[in-house]
Design a binder for this molecule. Structure first.
Ligand code: NIG
Ligand code: FE
Length: 386
């Protein structure tokens, strides 16, 4: 089945060879989807015919958002912890243990229902590629269950057994478990290995041990880095050629230089700083140095319970010194780069048919009209979602 989308006022291709500027914008455009793939893009006048038609009515059409960082396998929520933070309590990684207890007690069916609900919530807001981490199980069986369930619904699965040291365990023996038996159980369901490398979680030596074991098991590293403090995690990520260093809230000049001269993407998660009342990361500093920047939601019940990529774009423009075009690129093509994917985050023949029609004439409206639901229609792998 093929679909012709006509009447596109502004088509964001993310392919500078196809259109204007870094977003590769084509005006008065059309797009043809054939099965799960983009078959054709270009000026409307030259469009081929298709089985079905959708008139975009002059609206903007973007690649679906690529949310490259989320923690969706959990039970319960922590609204009270959020309220306490807003009255002055600091964010502490220890809150993770509250969710661990709830998650361990939940049935497979309950966990599946939550992941399914959140992936659907994301799709309704234009997110068509989702990365999902484990990390609220922290035993071999529970982490294996988390990555197995994540793989049923998410496009990309990350083993994060080293999220925090569970209650009653010591860091050294838990590190051995996470790099050994737990990794072996989880690796078949995952593509990525991640560690929360931070004071109060895992130090750089422990993170290196787990990430190197993950690499040996065939996984590629990505890292929770420099979220709460300016530590060694970003440089460790670059050193291991990680696909992404995520958070990057507190960076030294050496961290910025390391990122800029590497293939490691700096993935910024502004929803976390919003929901923990921390300073926002400085995207401009990274971009000016030449680093690649992605934006992602970090949707999780603790540090940011928002799945909205549009919200991330708006905050990145308002408070992180990104232009609307840079923020839109980072939430689509940037996320794809952070996941080392070339089939998503762009609209060109051969790309996955992931299409986001905005109820607005241009991508700028995502930042210009914050908080307004601007998703008009979404196709994921060629299937209409909303
Ligand atoms: O990315 N930083 C560590 N992990 C999550 C928070 C998880 C939680 O608070 O439950 C994050 O912010
Ligand atoms: Fe996270």
């Amino acid at each position: 089945m093929s679909t012709l989308i006509t009447g596109i006022g502004e088509l964001v291709t993310n392919d500078p060879a196809t259109g204007e500027g870094p977003l590769g914008i084509v005006r008065d455009a059309a797009l043809v989807l054939d099965g799960d793939t983009v078959a054709w893009t270009g000026p409307a006048a030259g469009a081929p015919d298709a089985d079905e038609r959708f008139d975009a009515g002059g609206r903007a059409v973007l690649p679906g958002f690529v949310d490259s960082h989320a923690h969706l396998v959990f039970a319960g929520e922590r609204a009270e912890e959020f309220a306490a933070r807003m009255s002055g309590e600091p964010y502490a990684a220890g809150g993770i243990r509250t969710t661990v207890a709830r998650t361990r007690a939940a049935s497979d069916g309950e966990l599946r229902a939550t992941v399914r609900r959140l992936v659907a919530e994301m799709a309704r807001q234009g997110t068509t590629t989702v990365e999902c981490k484990s990390g609220y199980g922290l035993t071999v069986e529970q982490e294996e269950r988390a990555v197995r369930i994540a793989a049923e619904y998410a496009d990309e699965v990350t083993y994060l057994g080293a999220h925090v040291v569970p209650e009653g365990a010591d860091a050294a023996s838990y590190t051995r478990l996470a790099a050994g038996e737990m990794l072996a159980a989880c690796a078949p369901h995952a593509r990525w290995v991640d560690v929360f490398c931070e004071r109060g979680a895992f130090d750089a030596d422990q993170a290196r041990e787990i990430l190197e074991a993950g690499i040996k098991a065939g996984l590629t590293p990505r890292l929770h880095a420099n979220q709460l403090t300016e530590g060694p995690a970003v440089r460790l990520a670059v050193d291991l050629d990680a696909a992404s260093a995520d958070h990057c809230t507190f960076l030294s000049d050496a961290d910025v230089d390391a990122l800029a001269s590497s293939q490691t993407v700096a993935t910024l998660l502004p929803g976390v700083e919003f929901s923990t009342r921390q300073p926002y990361p400085d995207a401009r500093r990274l971009l000016d140095a030449g680093a690649a920047v992605a934006l992602a939601s970090d949707c999780n019940p603790g540090s940011c319970y928002s799945s909205s990529m549009a919200f991330c774009v708006a905050v990145a423009v308002r408070d992180m010194r990104m232009t609307p075009a840079e923020a839109v690129w980072s939430a689509t093509a940037g996320g794809a780069r952070a996941l080392r994917r070339t089939d998503v985050g762009r609209l060109a023949p051969g790309a996955r048919a992931d299409v986001h029609v905005l109820d607005a004439p241009s991508h700028i409206h995502l930042a210009y009209r914050p908080g307004v639901p601007l998703t008009k229609a979404v196709w994921k792998k060629g299937a209409r979602v909303t």
